[in-house]
Design a protein around this ligand. Structure first.
Ligand code: DGY
Length: 320
């Protein structure tokens, strides 16, 4: 019997064409919104493979909705939306999309740092709104980036590329990670410090750590209080790593200078969220890896992982 694949978001036809040659492929076809959870559960009942995005909650109920599921190919490097321990118990392969998105995500993290430090979004709005009446000495003056100290929290592959970008700005590079990264130290001159020292010494704190039990709520009021008052905080990992109420309070009370955020606790974040009312916050809709080239590579990698597992070969990028 032909194996069945369900794809939870609308992907371009040319990307899924190779799957259609050998499998029965069904795809959620609404471009503008994710599949409702209940519908996804129904679709999984007779699926052999599932292609998901980070918007789907791949929990135990979903993984056990049918009895044929062999692989969930999650189109993201992060897989905090997947119940890994249940997948392991059930013998279901979970794959992610590492490496292919590293450079693009690092570019966005660095762009967010620059945009926040140099108030670029605010400045653009200023021009577009017709507020620009004259050049003036301190008009929209931000913070220098070059030769400052960047503190990278989570020195994985994306962290290393952000550090590489920072060398081009002659920055002093500090990092905090579960383990020392000798290659980042040798090749990029990054210095390992403990979390508190990173917070105290850095002008730019860039969070790139995966979301786990240990990193959830890592950035609390206490952490923001340890930062410089001129510090800019950038988050391009996952929203729940930050306590958003504490971040808001730190920003309004001037404990830190600004925040560049690509990720939020609830996505999409409500347009009325207090953080979005602050001019010192630059907010992006989780677009770290969003370039046409990279998103195509991510989709292709998901397709290849599914093809491998459904033809009894090893997955290319299994997470365990
Ligand atoms: C990821 O891959 O985990 C990003 O957050 C989305 O591209």
């Amino acid at each position: 019997m032909t194996q069945r694949i369900f794809i939870s978001r609308k992907l371009p036809d040319e990307v899924i064409a190779p799957l259609k040659e050998n499998y029965d492929v069904k795809m959620w076809d609404k471009e503008d919104r994710p599949i409702p959870y209940e519908e996804l559960v129904k679709e999984v009942k007779d699926a052999d493979a599932l292609l998901t995005t980070l918007s789907e909650n791949v929990n135990k109920e979903l993984l056990t909705a049918g009895n044929k599921l062999k692989i969930v190919a999650n189109m993201a490097v992060g897989y905090d939306n997947v119940d890994i321990s249940s997948a392991k118990d059930l013998g279901i392969t979970i794959t992610n999309t590492p490496d292919v998105l590293t450079e693009s995500t690092a570019d966005l993290a660095f762009a967010l740092l620059l945009a926040t430090a140099r108030r670029m979004i605010e400045a653009s709005e200023y021009v577009k709104n017709g507020d620009w009446k004259s050049w003036s000495p301190l008009l929209l003056a931000g913070h220098d980036v070059h030769r400052k100290t960047i503190g990278i929290v989570g020195m994985g592959s994306i962290g290393k590329v952000v550090a590489k970008r920072a060398t081009g700005f002659d920055m002093n590079i500090l990092y905090y990670n579960r383990s020392r990264k000798q290659d980042a130290e040798d090749e990029l001159g990054a210095k390992y410090v403990d979390f508190d020292e990173l917070l105290a010494q850095s002008d730019f704190i860039v969070c790139l750590t995966p979301l786990t039990e240990e990193t959830k709520d890592m950035f609390t009021r206490e952490a923001f209080k340890k930062m410089k008052q001129t510090a800019v905080f950038v988050n391009a990992s996952r929203g729940p790593v930050v306590n958003e109420k504490d971040l808001y309070d730190a920003l309004v009370s001037g404990e830190i200078a600004g925040a560049g955020l690509d990720v939020f606790v609830n996505e999409p974040i409500d347009a009325d969220h207090p953080l979005l009312k602050l001019k010192q916050v630059v907010a992006m809709p989780h677009i770290g890896s969003a370039t046409g080239e990279t998103r195509n590579k991510m989709m292709k990698l998901c397709v290849e992982n599914i093809e491998a597992v459904l033809s009894n070969k090893k997955a290319i990028t299994p997470v365990f």
